[in-house]
Structures are given as structure tokens and as C-alpha cells.
Ligand binder design. Structure first.
Ligand SMILES: [Zn+2]
Length: 231
């Protein structure tokens, strides 16, 4: 099966056409490909899939991508706020307990220290309050990265290597075929310096690239199935 992403890319007028006249999926017309897209469930995955591989089409419906991103991100921001608030309440309760007794005891003080550490750890994981403002730049950077992955130089993106008679998982990329892009490049892509990126934006970027990537893969599977039916 031809990669459904390559078929989708054929819809861009700037793309050179290929695969014509070989039968099977190669015989699919652009209308067939566009029609198959209708079978991909609406949502983040479909919007990211289009933004990555059919940017000409996606540009006409960028508000749909925006809505899908906000819908996807909102529960995560709410989850983080809840987690942090609960940890702070727990810490506050322990503070109050410690203040209640004249001698709080080693056990309670240990619990209090652990609660303090937990609040700090959650704060470090949480996205900054300006996360919503960063969403457009962050979404664009993540989509660019998904559309232009950093191909593993050792296996050339195949994820596997030949070792004599055996085919083994590529140790450099762990079988993914791609390598993570450096913090420096990700920072530049969202217009921040590397130090700020690492402290403030990295958890959000890494969450988004994981979520967008998974959603895109799922959508590509749906498109692939629809194209198989159409061929
Ligand atoms: Zn590799």
C-alpha cells in the first residue's frame, strides 16, 4: 500500500504527479483521494493530517485546525490546574496540622516536605499561564516538525538495519525511523531561546508533538482504509 500521506500530497497543485497508470492505488484519481478524506473522522487527527500533507487544502480551513487544537488542549490545561490545586490544598492542610500541634513530630514534617516537593514538581510540569497565547506558534512548529521529520541517518528512516543475515531494529532511533529534533531547533521554531524553551515550554511542546503525532497516525490509518476500499 502506498503511503496515504503521499497520495494526499498529490492534491497540492505544486506536487509532481507520479504513480499514474500502474493500476491499484496508483489509478486513484484526485477526486477519489479527496472523497476518501471524508471517511476520516473529524477532529484533531484529520486536521493535522491535512495540514501536514495537503497544506493547500488545509489553508482553506485553518479555523477547523484551530478549533480542533483548542478542543484537544483544553481538557489537558484543566487537568493540570486540578492536579496543582489539589496538591496545594493537601500541602495547606498539612501546614495547618503542623501549626495545630506544639510539636508536629518527624512524621508530619516529612509528609509536609513531600507535599512541598510534589507541588514544585507539578508546577515544573505544568504549562505556563500564557499557554493559550502560544498555541498558534506551537501548533505551526509541531506540524512543521511532523511534516518534515528528522530522518534517522543510520537506517534512512526504515527503522531497521541489516546485520549479516538478520534484520534488526535500528539502535540509533529505536525502530522509529526518525530522531527527535534538538531543543535549540524547537526553541527557534517557536521564537524562544533555548534556555527559556527548556524551563518553560518543553513540557508543552513534547505533549503536543506526541498528541498531534498520535492523532495524525490514527487519521492516516483511516485514510489508508478508505483508499483501499476505493481502489
Ligand atoms: Zn534508525
Amino acid at each position: 500500500m502506498t503511503n496515504p500521506r503521499e497520495l494526499l500530497a498529490r492534491l497540492n497543485p505544486t506536487t509532481i504527479r507520479y504513480d499514474v497508470g500502474r493500476g491499484g492505488v496508483g489509478a486513484l484519481s484526485n477526486q477519489d483521494i479527496a472523497a476518501a478524506l471524508a471517511f476520516v473522522p473529524a477532529g484533531l487527527g484529520r486536521e493535522v493530517l491535512e495540514a501536514c500533507w495537503w497544506p493547500d487544502g488545509a489553508a482553506r480551513r485553518s479555523h477547523k485546525l484551530r478549533d480542533a487544537v483548542y478542543m484537544h488542549v483544553q481538557p489537558e490545561i484543566a487537568r493540570q490546574a486540578k492536579e496543582l490545586s489539589e496538591a496545594r490544598i493537601h500541602r495547606g492542610m498539612l501546614h495547618a496540622c503542623a501549626g495545630w500541634a506544639n510539636n508536629p513530630g518527624a512524621g508530619l514534617l516529612r509528609e509536609l516536605a513531600a507535599a512541598e516537593a510534589k507541588v514544585e514538581a507539578i508546577k515544573a510540569r505544568c504549562w505556563p499561564v500564557s499557554a493559550f497565547e502560544m498555541l498558534p506558534a506551537m501548533s505551526k512548529a509541531v506540524i512543521d516538525e511532523l511534516a518534515h521529520p528528522n530522518q534517522c541517518p543510520d537506517c534512512k528512516g526504515r527503522g531497521q538495519l541489516r546485520a549479516g543475515e538478520l534484520v534488526v531494529t535500528c539502535p540509533t532511533c529505536g525502530g522509529r525511523g526518525t530522531l527527535a529534533i534538538s531543543d535549540r531547533k524547537r526553541a527557534a521554531a517557536i521564537g524562544r531561546d533555548k534556555a527559556t524553551y527548556r524551563v518553560v515550554w518543553r513540557p508543552m511542546y513534547e505533549w503536543m508533538i506526541r498528541e498531534f503525532g498520535d492523532a495524525e497516525q490514527e487519521a492516516a490509518r483511516h485514510l489508508s482504509a478508505a483508499l483501499r476500499d476505493a481502489a
